[in-house]
Write a protein that binds this ligand. Structure first.
Ligand code: NDP
Ligand code: 8X3
Length: 252
């Protein structure tokens, strides 16, 4: 039987590329995000390959999450794979200069949003003793870098929650995995720098950054192992990057 996947943050970057590779493998899709026009155009494109439904909601608003998940059409209700991907960095400044609204956004979206979505979907997985949750963390969840403070804290929380899910869901036969990318060339830096495309482009210049499709390929590899195999934690860098702050920008 065809699997059904629920992907948050499917309107851009890693989430969109994951939707594309899943569709190519005939996985049925529930695509989520706030930008409805993007959801609709992706649904139109991917419906040529698989069944697709969309949900527009903000992961950080718990009532929106609950209502959206309740509204999933009956034929999509058995979710086999949850990709907790929605998230962003907002700002890059020292803790002492930090912006409280940016802090709220990162903690509300990257941490609480992931929790709200997981809480709403997990019960039907535990009822079936089956399911796979993939959490998109970051190297920011493995190390702390200058001015990364609250974004790093949010991704350290994702790393902790990934381990917590592995432990608490163990008795329910549910697979849980985290993928922690380094620099991936998406809209991520545009969001971090609040639409400053020059600053955003500089992040990815002088080397070959990871592409969203690279991470999507890895996500597909992880979810397509035999059921008894769980790849729990993967850190993925571009070849040019050795840590959050060590980047070989000599053109490789
Ligand atoms: P993008 O900015 O390209 O995509 C972010 C996605 O998250 C969009 O689809 C956006 O959809 C969604 N999103 C953001 N806020 C909300 C919200 N409040 N409610 C619902 N959806 C939301 O970035 P990436 O693809 O790079 O990021 C995906 C994940 O990968 C994030 O968790 C990020 O932290 C992580 N990551 C990214 C790295 C990178 O270098 N790019 C490296 C390591 C990890 P919409 O705006 O339509 O709601
Ligand atoms: C995105 C990678 O290094 O900007 O999570 O934190 S980094």
């Amino acid at each position: 039987m065809r699997k059904t996947a629920f992907i948050t943050g499917a309107t851009s970057g890693i989430g969109k590329a994951t939707a594309e590779i899943f569709a190519a493998h005939k996985i049925r899709l529930i695509l989520c995000g706030r930008r409805v026009e993007r959801l609709e155009s992706l649904q139109k494109k991917l419906s040529l390959l698989t069944e697709v439904t969309t949900l527009q909601f903000d992961v950080s608003k718990k009532d929106e999450v609950k209502n959206a998940i309740k509204s999933i059409p009956e034929s999509f209700k058995n979710i086999d794979i949850l990709i907790n991907n929605a998230g962003n960095a907002h700002g890059l400044s020292s803790l002492q200069d930090g912006n409280l609204d940016d802090w709220d956004a990162m903690l509300d979206i990257n941490v609480k949003g992931l929790l709200y979505v997981s809480k709403a979907i997990i019960p039907q997985m535990t009822a079936r003793n089956s399911g796979f949750i993939v959490n998109i963390g970051s190297i920011a969840g493995k190390e702390v870098y200058p001015n990364g403070n609250v974004y790093c804290a949010s991704k350290h929380a994702v790393n902790a929650l990934n381990k917590a899910m592995r432990i608490d869901l163990n008795k329910h036969n549910i697979r849980v995995a985290a993928i922690h990318p380094g620099a991936v060339e998406t809209e991520f830096s545009e969001v971090r720098f609040k639409g400053d495309t020059v600053k955003a482009a500089a992040v990815y210049s002088g080397y070959k950054a990871l592409q969203a499709e690279d991470i999507a390929d890895i996500i597909y590899f992880v979810i397509s192992r035999p059921y008894h195999v769980n790849i729990e934690d993967l850190v993925v860098y571009p070849t040019a990057q050795a840590s959050a702050t060590i980047m070989n920008k000599t053109g490789y």
